[in-house]
Design a protein around this ligand. Sequence first.
Ligand code: OGA
Ligand code: ZN
Length: 369
Amino acid sequence: MNILSISVTTDTLELLWSDDVISNYPFIWLRDIDPSGFHPQTKERIFDLTSVDFDIQATSVRLTERGVELQWPAQPQGSVFSQQLLFDYRQHCALQDPAKIDYQSWQGDFNPPRHCAEQVQQPAAMATMLRDLKRYGLVIITDLVGDRSGEQLGDLIGFKRESNFGVMFEVINKPEPNNLAYTSVSLPLHTDLPNQELPPGYQFLHCIANEAQGGESILADGYAIAEDLRNQNTEQFNLLSSRSMPFRFHDNNVDIRFRHKIIGLDEEQQINSFIFNAHLAAGPDFVAGNGLEYFSAYRELISRVRRPQYPLQLKLQAGEMMIFDNRRVLHGRKSFDPSSGKRHLRGYYIDRGEVDSRLRIIARELQSE
Ligand code: OGA
Ligand code: ZN
């Protein structure tokens, strides 16, 4: 794409591109992203935004072979913006982002995408898998060989998120459990660690053995549940997306508490998180803080989550690993009979920012090939 012509409005630089698109860049914004204002090695900004007037205007603008060259008042050094840089920021000055993927909600008839462990070692296949993960919030990795291969796949994505359960956690029936997951009882649909300041982004559960009777996994899309609630009962939706719920986990070593809105919204009012865990919801300050109307909406949400159209059920096989967005997809399991065979899942978490970073790095690598 080429710049055909440049012009100046009161406070912006206006460009006409060869595809007939006109884009506008405020001068103060250009001054702030001027490449010379960044450290050449660390790429971090050294320019101080308060050092220039907010209504700064260029004293001259020229289209040259180097790109667009601007001169600023009282500053001998001009700025050069390459055509590529201006193109990258063309849409309302926002940098295009390979990790920006819209979600698609699903119900119980959804078939989660399956990706072979060996293939996702390749960056392009890894990117395809991560895009599916961002779109649907759920994928299954197949053909994992060995007990550590699930853990190693995470190393190809990013840093694991440690919690009070460790970096890696073993989901097995333990003699002295500090978590319902470490028993053989059924687990109702939930998201993990809502009691943390930031509940982990993605959860990885690698199935080492699942020979016991029972132990099927249940998964439901919290975004689908929230969308339906928004359409069917705005009042309850507004309560659950504006007031926060206290959560608490405590054992012999920790007492970790935090409050979250069950339904999280971004600045455009799009749903961007669903944090739900009935067994860690803390009671006492709840009615006082939120009122009975909130309690009632919350109680109805519990029933809504259980509606038969939402959950899908699958039984993980040894060598499979499910990955899901822990601030979107609810997970649970059926009870199992530990005397009938072994059941062992190895789990860990990786935050959303790590997954996004990997997608951007892969896109960068594939582009430069
Ligand atoms: C968990 C969990 C589900 C299972 O470890 O957080 O919910 O299938 N486990 O055991
Ligand atoms: Zn869980």
